[in-house]
Design a protein. Structure first.
Length: 490
């Protein structure tokens, strides 16, 4: 399975698209599926997605290069405020599983999976179309991996620590303003101040802080989770961070610092997690926010707010997104999805290869030793002329393998299923899906050949059910084999 993620990230505008796409990347990675990022961004954006496969180039200007690089993708995910409708439509028409992440019904999307993890996105008037799958609401908000499983937060009897977090830039200069307010009114409290990588107001923050102020410069995901767990109350912008704070259960006072945050803020107020609507330009902002903050001193109120937040966001949105994509594949493909084999699959393939029925129907019928298997398996994974696919069901149970090996203008196919999944009609659907896609992705291949022992009636039935035709007979090591062929249509 080839998964491509198309997004953007710039120092000046922030890396929010990248961080939520990274969450989806990690959710695929957990399933041994390894996507590739295609990022329209500055050189620093690579630091946001360490240890990933990615390319950084201006795909807005060079869309043809983007189409070339993503060719053959089974899944294309686009998360962008810049991509024109033309790009979305191109992938809707050419990719089996196009996925579009949306925040505010930005475009009139065509066929695909539409994701909006914003709070109460279910209430938006997305059109109901048979060629679209809608994943709406906080069940599908993709949070960073450290927030997938969060331990219970301690709700202390008294407020001891308060968090200030206003994104990567703090363009409206809220951090020094609110820090000054807290220093003046609550000098005994610990103030945990997150300083984003794009902050231009460090001098103002330094001037406002007191001895009880702790500065955290662009903390990593795990550090941010720890800071939230240690904080009794948070002041935040009404963007993506709200969902992480809700997931941890941190009582929060938020304000909108951009127009696209206002709906977010309103819906969180409607849910009871946020107290009232604040904006960076509200009159008497600090005085009003301080009144609200003083109302959070009561433990019972903070406990109830934490419960509301955690009930609304459980952190598993990225995993649900990936599961939904795979479920759609499984429904379309007769019960399985396919992905490339990797090093972690060596034992599963070894056990399947030594299954008695598999060995009896193979050209080489001898039992395979582990050391021979490891050598062969490593060669196959690194052979550019070999496509080694494994099949799994919705519960990630290993179903079987399909392998293509190039020989001249032909490819030789091999398929075998785990004994628990034989006799269920899976072979033909796997052969149809994998064979026709292989021919589409490899235009130089003229036909696919399968070598089948004459007594292997189930395999003959499966291949004929997948449009393979008997071509001829061959003898290999003295044994007769039927050769079935799937030829490219002229």
């Amino acid at each position: 399975m080839k998964v491509s993620i198309i997004t953007e990230g710039f120092y000046k505008t922030g890396y929010g698209h990248l961080t939520r796409c990274l969450s989806i990347y990690h959710a695929f990675e957990e399933r041994n599926i390894f996507p590739v990022f295609f990022i329209n961004g500055d050189p620093d954006c690579g630091k946001v997605i360490p240890d990933t496969r990615h390319m950084i180039f201006d795909w807005l200007k060079d869309s043809e290069e983007l189409y070339k690089r993503t060719a053959g993708s089974d899944v294309v995910i686009i998360d962008s405020y810049l991509a024109p409708l033309e790009i979305y439509n191109k992938f809707s028409a050419s990719v089996s599983y196009p996925v579009f992440i949306d925040d505010y019904m930005r475009l009139e999307y065509q066929a695909g999976i539409i994701i909006n993890g914003s709070i109460n996105a279910e209430k938006l008037n997305y059109p109901v179309r048979p060629d679209q799958t809608l994943l709406l609401g906080t069940k599908y908000i993709p949070l960073r991996k450290d927030f997938w499983r969060v331990r219970d937060k301690l709700i202390r009897p008294e407020v001891q620590s308060v968090l200030l977090t206003f994104g990567g830039q703090d363009t409206m200069n809220m951090t020094p303003r609110l820090l000054q307010m807290l220093v003046r009114n609550h000098p005994a409290l610990t103030k945990k101040v997150v300083v984003g990588s794009g902050f231009k107001n460090l001098e103002l923050i330094e001037a406002a802080k007191d001895t009880r102020t702790e500065l955290y410069h662009a903390p990593l995901s795990g550090d941010m989770l720890r800071i939230m767990l240690e904080s009794d109350v948070a002041f935040s912008a009404a963007g993506q961070t709200i969902y992480e704070l809700a997931c941890v259960g941190v009582p929060t006072i938020a304000l909108s610092v951009a127009d696209n945050q206002k709906m977010n803020l309103t819906e969180w107020i409607n849910e009871g997690f946020l107290p009232e609507e604040y904006s960076y330009d509200s009159a008497n902002l600090e005085n009003r926010m301080m009144i609200t903050f003083n109302g959070y001193m009561e433990r019972e109120r903070r406990f109830k707010l934490g419960v509301i937040g955690k009930k609304k966001v459980d952190g598993l949105g990225a995993k649900r997104i990936v599961q939904s994509i795979l479920d759609l594949m499984i429904r379309r493909n007769g019960g399985c999805y396919l992905r490339r084999a990797n090093e972690n699959d060596a034992m599963a393939v070894f056990n399947l290869s030594n299954d008695r029925t598999v060995r009896l129907n193979s050209i080489n019928q001898d039992v395979i030793a582990w050391h021979d298997h490891i050598r062969w398996y490593s060669e196959k994974l690194n052979d550019r002329n070999c496509l080694f696919l494994l099949a799994f069901n919705a519960n990630d149970e290993f179903v079987g393998q399909v392998r293509f090996t190039v020989e001249g203008q032909n490819a030789i196919i091999s398929i075998s299923l785990d004994k628990n999944f034989r006799g269920k009609g899976l072979s033909s659907s796997l052969l149809i899906k994998s064979s026709f896609k292989y021919l589409k992705d490899h235009p130089e291949i003229q036909s696919i050949l399968a070598y089948i022992r004459p007594e292997n009636t189930p395999s003959i039935k499966a291949f004929t059910g997948a449009a393979y035709l008997l071509s001829h007979e061959e003898k290999i090591k003295g044994d007769k084999f039927f050769v079935y062929k799937l030829a490219r249509q002229k």
